[in-house]
Write a protein that binds this ligand. Structure first.
Ligand SMILES: C[S@@+](CC[C@H](N)C(=O)[O-])C[C@H]1O[C@@H](n2cnc3c(N)ncnc32)[C@H](O)[C@@H]1O
Length: 392
């Protein structure tokens, strides 16, 4: 059964929107001679101005959208992140926070409120999102929740220069375009995208050298003999992206939270179909061509690649932990204990949030936090409970 046949039906507007984006993708496939790489497809499907999933009006986050992220489901997540930021800002003697991919703006609002409560407000709270469409929504969220702190918030078009402070990004790495590959004997094939009359479809072609080399390097690194037809993904844009980020920071910490694994587990033989996942109205499936422009497309994060790219960009790997351990280190227990002002419903809600964030069967182990630093060597509380750097 195809993914489309079990997904909720589309409205006429959604059908028209999807058709406009698909026409744009088909034009590009035709111009490229019949096949484009998967990363280019993902870039168009998610970020094509005015048409892509993140760049057009879809609701996306929250109960009425397609998926729920930690800051959407649990404000205490952002408060814990604020506790980590406060520690860094205090050690630096002040500075800025830069949030990448701020989504609906809830994390920014909650973090600013908690930083204020701690007397640790950043000089500026900067937001940079590839999707300009989300800016209005972020502004509205912040204006409703923390209007008096809005003057500190700045939306950027590009990375700043010489930032002192903290860069935070929740579920951004998983939204970056990836290349797909398939192993055929001792060859690496690229799994690109072609157009059939009725739908877009995967197509195999000889992998460009940059992809084949990257996959062979992963094979050498993991020492795994992949079975025939083994399919997975690799983010070839990661190294350049981290290089630019490292160039934007003078002193401070880059903190990424996302779902993913150390490389040896990510590319284990049993994960033979890769990690690509699509979300549409809280259903998930693995067909990236089912609803281009209307569904989210994500891939898990290879955290070993993040650490290696950071190191190549001159950053220090300062911590790697499960989300559960990271949040415990940031003081989620203190938030749970400090409930004297809360009514009974709010207390129950807070405990429920903590369970979703930390239980192994929920987000606690699937999600990880990784910290890269530049010119900063003070300890980071989020990694004090259990640091798994040795697994990368
Ligand atoms: C899955 S959403 C997560 C949103 C939010 N951080 C949250 O946790 O709810 C991914 C976000 O990352 C943004 N994004 C993707 N790639 C980016 C990049 N290279 N730089 C900045 N933002 C990016 C998307 O536009 C989107 O807002």
């Amino acid at each position: 059964m195809s993914a489309a046949s079990v997904l909720p039906a589309l409205t006429a507007d959604e059908v028209a929107h999807g058709a406009r984006l698909e026409a744009r993708i088909r034009d590009e496939i035709a111009a490229a001679g019949g096949c484009i790489g998967f990363a280019r497809y993902m870039q168009l499907a998610l970020y094509e101005p005015g048409l892509g999933y993140y760049s057009a009006g879809a609701r996306k986050f929250g109960a009425a959208g397609d998926f729920i992220t930690a800051p959407e489901v649990a404000p205490v997540f952002s408060r814990c992140l604020a506790a980590q930021c406060a520690e860094v800002l205090q050690a630096l003697g002040g500075g800025d926070v830069l949030e990448l991919g701020a989504g609906s703006g809830v994390m920014a609002a909650e973090m600013l409120a908690e930083l204020e409560r701690r007397g640790a407000l950043p000089r500026r709270y900067l937001i940079l999102d590839v999707s300009a469409d989300l800016r209005e929504r972020q502004h509205a969220t912040l204006a409703a929740a923390v209007p008096h702190l809005l003057p500190r918030v700045e939306w950027l078009e590009r990375l700043p220069e010489a930032l002192d402070g903290v860069v935070v990004a929740n579920e951004v790495l998983d939204a970056m375009p990836v290349e797909r590959f398939v192993v055929r004997g001792d060859r690496v094939q690229s799994l690109g995208v072609r157009a059939q009359p009725d739908r877009l479809q995967a197509c195999e072609a000889e992998a460009p050298a940059v992809l084949a080399d990257a996959v062979r390097a992963i094979g050498r690194d993991t020492g795994v003999a992949w079975p025939e037809g083994y399919t997975s993904e690799v983010n070839l844009g990661l190294a350049g992206w981290l290089q630019s980020l490292a160039g934007a920071v003078a002193r401070g910490v880059l903190l990424f939270v996302d779902y993913g694994l150390p490389r040896r587990e990510y590319y284990a033989t049993e994960r033979r179909d890769g990690t690509l996942l699509c979300h549409f109205r809280h259903r998930f499936h693995d067909d990236p061509f089912a609803r281009p422009g209307l569904q989210d497309i994500t891939a898990w994060v290879d955290f070993t690649a993040v650490a290696a790219a950071g190191s190549a960009a001159g950053l220090q790997l300062a911590g790697f932990a499960t989300q559960a351990h990271f949040l415990i280190g940031c003081g989620i227990g203190e938030f749970l204990a400090d409930v004297s002002d809360l009514d009974v419903v709010s207390r129950v809600n807070l405990s429920r949030q903590a369970m979703v964030l930390t239980l192994p069967g929920e987000m606690g182990e699937r999600f990880k936090a990784i910290a890269l630093t530049k010119g900063y060597d003070a300890p980071l509380r989020g990694f004090a409970v259990r640091d798994l750097r040795h697994t990368l």
